[in-house]
Design a protein around this ligand. Sequence first.
Ligand code: GLC
Length: 469
Amino acid sequence: MPQDSISRRNFMLGLGASGLLAPASSAAMAQEAGALQTAATAGETEVQIADRARRLAWWREAKFGMFIHWGLYSVIGHQEWVMESEGIPIPQYEILAKHFTPKPGAAREWARLARRAGQKYMVLTTKHHEGFCLWDTRLTDYCAAKQGPQRDLVREFVEAARAEGLRVGFYYSLMDWHHPDGIRCETDPEARTRFVAYTHGLIRELMTNYGKIDILWYDVDKPLTAEQWESERMNKMVFELQPDIIVNNRNGLPGDFSTPEHKIEAAARAWETCDTMNLGWGYQKNDTEWKTPKRIVNDLTTCAQQGGNYLLNIGPMADGSVPEESVRVLERVGAWLDVNGKAIYGTDGGASVSFGNYDNFTRRGNTLYVHVYFWPAAMPAAQWLSFYQPQSVVAVGGVQAKILSARILKTGQPLQFTQNNISLRLTGLPATPPDDPVTVLAVECDAPPVVDHHSIRPEWQRFKVGVTS
Ligand code: GLC
């Protein structure tokens, strides 16, 4: 089992991959400047832009969702691409449909887990690239209701999510390896007409038969162009059937939000990073490369810092059970959010245009949240540098607001502070971190705070340059 205590080097590598250590992107700065809606909405009317903001409002508040990759591939346990990556003949692969027999109540378990983890919405793979539909469709027999499960697994999912007060999202893969027209459609116009009608028909069912759906999460639009998929007509149908829904950008159109995958990359529009807890999306039995709770808390925080969402995947086994390590890690993250949710949900984004070496930042209104992931240690340097006295100082360079008070979010313990035009120093901290895996300090300011340590370069008094005597 992986340890939560990870070496600084590995952790920093992780943060580097997550973008935390990268200098603020120009996109994040554009967002900071208030250009949030404009870039991806060129050509839209003011009414459309306002409607998008309305539809996105709950999602921006929610920040954290659960992605679920589950399908026939889960029976094999070699991830969701197994059919193609191992070249399994279709008649062989189809046999799985008879042996995919999930236990009752699986979706309830996921929904309860999502709630415990502090996730506010769930997105299920209703049909992945393998082409098997998890719902009761009239358009193919290759679906859960007519094969092994003999149940509408999408309906169970929708009911489970709603029972836990969670929003409901459908992932839908346009690419289809199983349907006879799925690849033929690229070159044969008649196959294309049939396959586009099939695709629109399946989406229509999903948008009609399950009440209010909150997210439609398209995936892989190969082998057709947006024009060939008739993606504009597709989205129009979706919005007619579900006027409050939000759609992503993977049917060849920009949609309402962008979907950076396995990386945190702010955009000057709504965006959501999707990522896995180990290496794969679909169940992979021997994949033990689990991210730690600390890494996940940090990635969630980095998304919130830059104004985005975080969609974190589980890959249940064929019977619907969630791998134990996913449960353990999600519960830890949820326990942290129980205490520190204020520093994540509904935060404003744009807290920081630079990065800390042991901390991360979010903000809401005039409150700055300093997320300390490496607790400042006692150090020999403290005996010579008054900057580090009293012992245990959290120092933040370039806070662009006046500090009024500070406290530890978990305990409410007030902190002392000093601030000048280059640095904020928070002191009165306990010797060991009061929270795990990350301790949040809540700092009240006189204006919406921004951390920008680049800003202090002109402020530093530089002296003693050259040789004295
Ligand atoms: C990629 C993969 C797919 C996965 C998705 C999640 O598109 O093809 O397997 O479902 O990413 O974002």
